[in-house]
Design a protein. Structure first.
Length: 474
């Protein structure tokens, strides 16, 4: 999966299957214009979300029809050999599902400043030139050699030995795509089993560069709960909970933006968004449960990200403390579904289901709740930054606490008018309009997210946000 134009943005066409990987290239300002808001204003509130989130202009970028039966490697080569191709994509679904095949996209983005600003991997160093050692070694030999070296050896820094240069070259060989080191998993864990996924490259959690800039295509590494059957399982297999959703979110952000991840869990979206906004940007990741929070930090560190601020806290409308159970990590479970409700964490669950989701044997722990306004506007978080930051996108996945999060972010919404991408199961399954009603009162219009069947994408009705998006009837 790649964008060879270097726009830093992929987009999803209308009607794309949420089950496949289906992405496109940014096609200029037409992607980022709001449609007739006057027409939206007359839509009754219950039907507001019958509008879809999509980029209709993406169709104009297709070079011919999709080519069936072409693997990703061949699709990539086809794009690289076609001068007018600026991006390629492979959708693994079937034609009946609305995708399937190799798509070549052919219009370069109009925003030259974004195209040339540090590339997709904003701030990732270019491939270092070959020095004096390591070129005659393959990946396995380099791995063995690195394990044997010590910076305490007398000749390690001696230029005549060449060890320092060889150490660097071997590291860069393993770090970049100069060699294809296969993905591997390692299992450990003392109190609960963990799985480490090493050298995950395809599909990229972060959309990779091709033609525009010789930046590195980096492997990703994830520390995950071994028994996680949902988010951890998807990160192990595809590098992200929902690759299409991740790419659509990345299409909204620009280098230097601030992304808020409410309910960050293991970092499925924290990591690619941090890479996308680059060192000049910021990611504020909130995860209330201590064990999951520790894994989130491990994943931020494993992927070498300097622009992520993690908070062991739940976002809410009040600053408070609650006694909450930890997620179940000691046998098969879906720990991403745990709730941070201060008084009714296991509401509606049977005793058996509660034990499946929560570690009831461990007992409850104190969990902090904070208001986003207090973090963004009530602290010195942005002190020392080179420029005034812009909160452009807030992702909310908080298992029914969406309204509380938004009530604690009223000043942030009023100040920055960010796009809000929120899971809202109650709207889709119970026709609960409380979240949409609150957003409507804040002059926000919400639409269905094509990539996630229970998510809403909300933006300022009057286009005051940093990156307006297109809405149309779904």
């Amino acid at each position: 999966l790649a964008d060879t134009a270097g726009s830093g943005e992929f987009v999803a066409p209308e009607g794309s299957s949420s089950g496949g990987v289906f992405v496109g290239a940014r096609v200029g300002a037409s992607c980022h214009t709001t449609v007739g808001l006057s027409s939206l204003s007359v839509v009754s509130l219950p039907n507001t979300a019958d509008f879809g989130f999509h980029y209709p202009a993406v169709y104009e970028t297709f070079l011919g029809e999709p080519i069936r039966g072409v693997p990703p490697a061949q699709c990539r080569l086809m794009c690289l050999s076609e001068p007018s191709c600026c991006a390629w994509q492979v959708c693994p679904g079937t034609e009946e599902e609305g995708c399937g095949g190799c798509y070549l996209l052919g219009r370069r983005p109009s925003d030259a400043a974004v195209e040339r600003k540090q590339g997709w991997y904003a701030g990732v160093e270019r491939l270092a030139p070959s020095s004096r050692g390591g070129d005659d070694m393959d990946a396995e030999a380099c791995s063995r050699w690195l394990l044997e070296q010590s910076a305490h050896d007398d000749d390690f820094y001696d230029e005549r030995s060449g060890k320092l240069y060889k150490y660097h070259d071997c590291g860069m060989m393993l770090r970049t795509d100069r060699v294809q080191v296969p993905k591997r998993v390692f299992v450990g864990g003392a109190h609960y089993p963990t799985i480490l996924v090493a050298n995950h490259r395809t599909p990229e959690p972060k959309m990779p560069a091709e033609k525009h800039d010789p930046t590195a295509i980096l492997p990703h590494f994830f520390a995950l709960p071994f028994y996680d059957t949902n988010i951890g399982n998807m990160m192990k297999n595809t590098g992200c909970m929902n690759v299409l959703q991740s790419y659509e979110m990345q299409s909204i952000l620009r280098p230097g933006d601030v992304f808020v991840d409410a309910g960050a869990n293991l970092g499925s979206y924290t990591i690619p968004m941090a890479e996308h906004v680059g060192p000049a940007g910021m990611v504020l990741a909130f995860e209330p449960f201590r064990w999951t929070y520790q894994l989130l930090n491990a994943n931020v560190a494993l992927n070498g990200l300097t622009n992520v601020w993690t908070y062991q806290a739940a976002l809410s409308d009040t600053a408070s403390q609650s006694l909450l159970l930890q997620p179940q990590l000691r046998f098969f479970s879906s720990p991403g579904g745990v709730r941070a409700h201060p008084t009714n964490q296991t509401g509606g669950l049977s005793e058996e289901d509660s034990k499946q989701l929560y570690d009831t044997e461990w007992g409850a722990e104190v969990v902090e709740s904070v208001r986003l306004d207090d973090i963004v506007l009530g602290s010195n978080l942005f002190a020392g930054r080179n420029r005034e930051p812009t909160v452009s996108l807030i992702k909310v996945d908080v298992e029914g606490m969406e309204v509380n999060v938004m009530r604690g972010a009223l000043k942030t919404l009023e100040t920055f008018h960010p796009i809000v991408w929120s899971e809202n199961v109650d709207y889709f399954e119970k026709e609960d309009l409380s979240f949409i009603a609150l957003m409507d009162s804040l002059d926000y219009t919400c639409a269905k997210a094509s990539a996630a069947p229970t998510d809403l994408v909300c933006q300022d009705k009057f286009g005051r946000g940093p990156t307006p998006i297109a809405l149309s009837e779904a």
